[in-house]
Design a protein around this ligand. Structure first.
Ligand SMILES: COc1cc(-c2ccc3ncc(-c4cccc([C@@H](O)NCCN(C)C)c4)n3n2)ccc1O
Length: 283
């Protein structure tokens, strides 16, 4: 990945294909490199112009690019090159075609513990790569976890639009992320840390095992209250076949004090993720 933004017309080098989806100020399209015929996912990010509010601030776009440039891991999407045009910045990214983990679990409702543990282990391995580089994702949710292809259960973390470099001297505080996945410190606008992502891992694990979201309320306020009050339980109907080990894994992440919450290394060493002997059939 070269470190400069290309200024030549994007369509001189790429054929633009179907829309894959869209988000805040951005649309993701499938693109084919004209010379090599290799397929990529291109994220077209609209630039904020003048004093307007439409479009992304260039400083935020550069932050996302700098985060992506640090990434080199099989469970993290990779950045190929960047184009800078008058209206947009275009991130050319590796293409994954297996769809969102969100859709995969929606079709299956709840997963077996082996499947859930295998997905969570990959999410943790990708997250360890971020955290070892002092990067916090801040928007971990099933929609931002994609399957490599339709037949594989290999996953990639995507969407680093909210990711931040954490350093000791500067406070990172922000009200961001998707309500049902955010940690108490985000709701309370307190300093964020790598532990903020670990709370989201707990929410994702709970959903993979039960098909239900632990803190989701009828309203945004109710969801925020459930999060700050740690108002969750392991509903018998949803968790009657779930092992105590899996519930212990989740409980070690739903801890209000970020300093006491399990780290990515604690999780990777937890027996639900790293069984000490070959896993016998879990009830
Ligand atoms: C690096 O930042 C992003 C990457 C991507 C990305 C990277 C590779 C890639 N291959 C296929 C796709 C893809 C396929 C279908 C839908 C979408 C996307 O629009 N929805 C994904 C998550 N969404 C909630 C941001 C993306 N992607 N999306 C999407 C959003 C991002 O903010």
């Amino acid at each position: 990945m070269d470190s400069v933004f290309k200024l030549e017309p994007f369509e001189d080098n790429y054929e633009v294909g179907e829309d894959l989806g869209s988000g805040h100020f951005a649309v993701v399209r499938k693109c084919i490199h004209r010379k090599t015929r290799q397929a990529f996912a291109a994220k077209f990010i609209r630039k904020r112009r003048g004093g307007g509010r439409k479009g992304a601030k260039m400083e935020d776009i550069v932050k996302e690019i700098n985060v992506l440039r640090c990434m080199n891991h099989p469970n993290v999407i990779s950045l190929h090159e960047v184009y800078d045009t008058k209206q947009e910045v275009i991130l050319v990214l590796e293409l994954v075609s297996g769809g969102e983990l969100f859709d995969y679990i929606s079709e299956k409702e709840a997963l077996s513990e082996e499947e859930a543990s295998a997905f969570i282990k990959q999410i943790l391995e990708g997250l360890k790569h971020l955290h070892d580089n002092s990067i916090v994702h801040l928007d971990l949710k099933p929609e931002n976890i994609m399957l490599l292809d339709r037949t594989s259960t290999k996953i990639k973390l995507i969407d680093f639009g909210l990711a931040r470099k954490i350093n000791d001297k500067d406070d990172v505080r922000a009200m961001m992320g998707t309500a049902e996945f955010i940690a108490p410190e985000v709701v309370s606008f307190e300093p964020l840390s790598l532990a903020t992502d670990m709370w989201s891992v707990g929410v994702i694990t709970y959903i993979l095992l039960s098909g239900s979201s632990p803190f989701l309320g009828e309203t945004l306020q109710e969801t925020y209250h459930n999060i700050t009050a740690l108002n969750f339980d392991f509903d018998h109907d949803l968790f009657q076949n779930t092992s105590d080990l899996a519930k212990d894994f989740i409980k070690r992440l739903f801890i209000k004090n970020p300093r006491k919450r399990g780290s990515v290394n604690d999780c990777l060493n937890h027996p639900w993720i790293k069984p000490s002997e070959p896993r016998e059939a879990i009830a």
